[in-house]
Design a protein around this ligand. Structure first.
Ligand code: ADP
Ligand code: MG
Length: 239
């Protein structure tokens, strides 16, 4: 399945550029006695500025796909282009740079460091970028303001609600000003009220131009997306 068809270039030119182009992507996990095929030939194109959700049953390959998009893993075969870079064949150094600069990750469990303040947790995400202290301070302050937590910079995760903790994690992911935000079940640990708060925040970031790719079980999340994909038994289809 692909967004690109035989449509004329006049139509193509009006659409935003593709940020990701995946072709025949497979990922096989070799096990002792068998091979687990998590992805069985995924073809998909995602456009700059889009808000895409990926739904599907547990074990369907959603997290595997997100890891490939985030340069955390390589496919067994196929092409995973982010812009002009094929993440399947890029060097480890190139993958590291993509993770540091271009991709922000948000997880269900927030993954904050409990002993660090909100400010310090966000600052950690900037470590690989080699910025000056002043540049880091500016980016951390801006990111905390973007998620509405400027006044909580000195709080540790244990002093914040679940929704606030996820907002810190989102600030950490966006502080580097990535091209794309990848989120794996970002509202999975939150009650309905906090889920809506996070969704509203994500929608605002998307309106400001950030491409969003969100894995979710929650159809309330998917309803807010511009485009819904379903990943089942390693294959993607459009919903
Ligand atoms: P989802 O996120 O949709 O639940 P996953 O991508 O986590 O799906 O998993 C897809 C399939 O790949 C499952 O069968 C899972 O058990 C398997 N799998 C995922 N990660 C690994 C791994 N690191 N090693 C072996 N098998 C894995
Ligand atoms: Mg998963």
């Amino acid at each position: 399945m692909s967004m690109t068809t035989t449509a004329g270039t006049s139509i193509r030119e009006q659409l935003p550029a593709a940020i990701y182009r995946l072709e025949k992507v497979t990922r096989v996990y070799p096990q002792k006695n068998r091979r687990i095929q998590a992805l069985g030939g995924v073809d998909v194109e995602i456009r700059e500025g889009d808000f895409v959700t990926i739904q599907g049953p547990t074990g369907g390959g959603k997290s595997t796909l997100l890891q490939l998009l985030g340069a955390l893993d390589r496919p067994t075969s196929g092409v995973v282009k982010l812009g002009e870079t094929d993440l399947a064949t890029a060097t480890n150094t190139q993958l590291g740079l993509v993770r540091a600069r271009e991709v922000g990750f948000v997880f269900q469990g927030f993954n904050l460091i409990p002993t660090l303040t909100a400010y310090e947790n966000v600052d950690m995400g900037l470590e690989p970028l080699g910025l000056t202290a002043a540049q880091r301070r500016e980016k951390v302050t801006e990111a905390l303001a973007q998620v509405g937590l400027a006044d909580r910079a000195d709080h540790r995760p244990g002093e914040l609600s679940g929704g606030q903790q996820q907002r810190v994690a989102i600030a950490r992911a966006i502080a580097k000003r990535p091209r794309v935000l990848l989120a794996d079940e970002p509202t999975g640990n939150l009650d309905e009220h906090m889920r809506d708060e996070i969704l509203t925040l994500l929608e605002g970031l998307n309106r400001d131009g950030l491409t969003l790719i969100v894995v979710t079980h929650d159809s309330a999340v998917a309803r807010r997306a511009h485009r819904r994909l379903r990943l089942e038994k390693g294959s993607v289809r459009e919903l």
